[in-house]
Design a binder for this molecule. Structure first.
Ligand code: GLN
Length: 487
């Protein structure tokens, strides 16, 4: 095998494993060696367990030797955002609050990956409790962008993106509440999919804002993402919001669906604040689809401008409730010098949570408090419905919507100290979560100075097969995602 085994696609790796040209032990060794070579620069992992990964690899090789290989993911190391529970592994959410917590059970997505033979590899860094857009809010470390080491990898799933981009994992899982898979995918030259709300079980995901959170895959190609989605998607009785829906063979659907499609270009996503290099790259992608025979239509999503405001009311309200469980009593950080029970709550939370998490809990508690509930929370819920209706109206005329993923390429660490400036990173991704839709970020070029640019394709509910087909048509003709970083 090539010396850069860690950069091969899932398709190539599974073929090599099936032919006996590569063992899972060799593959995992290559990924560990790569990780040890670049991790001091990238800092994507909160922790990793070499012995555990090697034991999983040996089990995979043994299975295969006995003729019982479990499918294309068998033996392939997949990185896990450190909010997804893996039994026996740390589960920190990049927070002091959970610094010493070890998960007693597997998330459903992890169980499904294990049943497919995949190797759960490492605990990937994030903004504390997934709140942020740069991974600088981690209580432990700031992850670097492999394509520009002084820049952020995006967030909150910055570790999940950086690890895959740098060859420290073959693919990974992240979570997306307002853009946390798509924006880091765009910053790190990856394909990142936020599935339709309800397609993937949230059981075993540390909750941030439960009506918005979805787990989804990062990969270096549409095909790698399709491989993972096919395994993690599907109804789960342990998540009451998971949906009963037939899961297609995504890869077969991508091969079968050739377009042409009707694509909507929402004018609200191309206004003020959009970096000219990003705008140009996305416009070129639009022209490409036109050259394929796709029908390109101007559409309007008129309530877009209220998205960020509504999101920061709904997400904070839900997080103030979800994070109430971290009180120092049952698990997580417990203050050592509390005088009584109330003091224990105060001190444990004051010591355990970082500044951004506290800001959101305070904001969320405020918007839910009596007297303000109607003015803020209720109104935000109404805006949410209007935003969803905007999308559904647009889908009367188009199959999917094409936008930039983020207004700029990756920015330098330490340059967005103002929380509002950070919140505006998500203006193009938040509406999708509010509306519960699927969306994928696809590499679509580079800035002059070599930072990746991503475009976002937004689909109709549960139409991931169509969405990935549209993404694949672009990817086949361009291959931006093949450009590897020099770390
Ligand atoms: N950046 C957004 C936030 O800070 C989205 C985060 C996410 O999707 N988890 O809330």
């Amino acid at each position: 095998m090539s010396t850069e085994t860690y950069f091969l696609s899932i398709g190539a790796l599974s073929a090599a494993l099936a032919r006996g040209e590569l063992s899972s032990v060799e593959l995992v060794q290559a990924v560990i060696a790569r990780t040890e070579a670049v991790e001091t620069k990238v800092r994507a992992f909160n922790s990793y367990d070499r012995e555990d990964a090697m034991a999983q690899a040996r089990a995979s090789d043994t299975r295969r030797a006995a003729g019982r290989a479990l499918g294309p993911l068998d033996g392939i190391p997949i990185g896990m955002k450190d909010v997804i529970a893996v039994a026996g592994q740390p589960l920190t959410a990049s927070s002091r609050m959970l610094e010493h917590f070890v998960s007693p059970y597997d998330a459903t997505v992890v169980k499904r990956l294990r049943n497919a033979g995949a190797i759960c590899w490492g605990r990937l860094n994030l903004d504390e409790f997934a709140m942020g857009s740069s991974t600088e809010n981690s209580a432990f470390q700031a992850t670097a962008n492999p394509y520009a080491l002084d820049c952020v990898p995006g967030g909150s799933s910055g570790g999940s993106a950086a690890a895959v981009a740098a060859g420290e994992a073959i693919a990974s899982l992240g979570s997306d509440t307002g853009g946390s898979i798509r924006q880091p995918a765009a910053f790190c030259n990856l394909v990142g999919l936020k599935p339709t709300y309800g397609l993937v079980s949230r059981y075993g995901l540390i909750a941030f804002a439960s009506s918005l959170d979805q787990i989804g895959p990062f990969g270096r190609s549409v095909d790698d993402v399709a491989h993972l989605l096919g395994v993690i998607a599907g109804h789960d009785p342990l998540d009451s919001t998971s949906y009963q829906v037939e899961i297609p063979d995504y890869r077969a659907e991508i091969a079968r669906r050739q377009g042409p499609w009707r694509l909507g270009i929402p004018r609200e996503y191309f206004g003020e604040g959009l970096d000219p290099e990003v705008a140009q790259a996305v416009q070129k992608a639009v022209a490409f689809y036109q050259s394929l025979g796709c029908e390109i239509k101007d559409v309007s999503l008129p309530h877009t401008e209220y998205g960020v405001g509504a999101y920061y009311i709904i997400a904070t309200a839900e997080c103030s409730s979800n994070l109430a469980r971290f009180d120092g009593v049952r698990y997580g950080h417990r203050s050592k010098d509390a005088k009584d029970a109330v003091d224990l709550y105060f001190k444990s939370r004051a010591e355990g949570f970082g500044a951004e998490v506290k800001r959101r809990i305070i904001l969320g508690t405020y918007v839910l408090s009596s007297g303000y509930y109607d003015a803020y929370y209720l109104r935000a819920q109404k805006v949410r419905t209007l935003i969803r209706n905007d999308f559904l109206a647009a889908y009367r005329d188009v199959d999917a919507i094409l936008t930039p993923t983020a207004p700029t390429p990756a920015f330098r660490r330490g340059t967005k100290a103002d929380p509002l400036a950070m919140y505006l990173c998500d203006i193009y991704t938040i509406g999708v979560n509010l509306a519960g839709l699927p969306a994928v970020s696809v590499p679509c070029g580079f800035s002059q100075d070599g930072r990746p640019i991503g475009m976002q394709l937004i689909g109709q509910p549960y139409q991931e097969a169509e969405l990935l087909s549209i993404a694949s048509a672009y990817e086949r003709a361009h291959g931006w995602g093949q450009r590897r970083p020099v770390v």
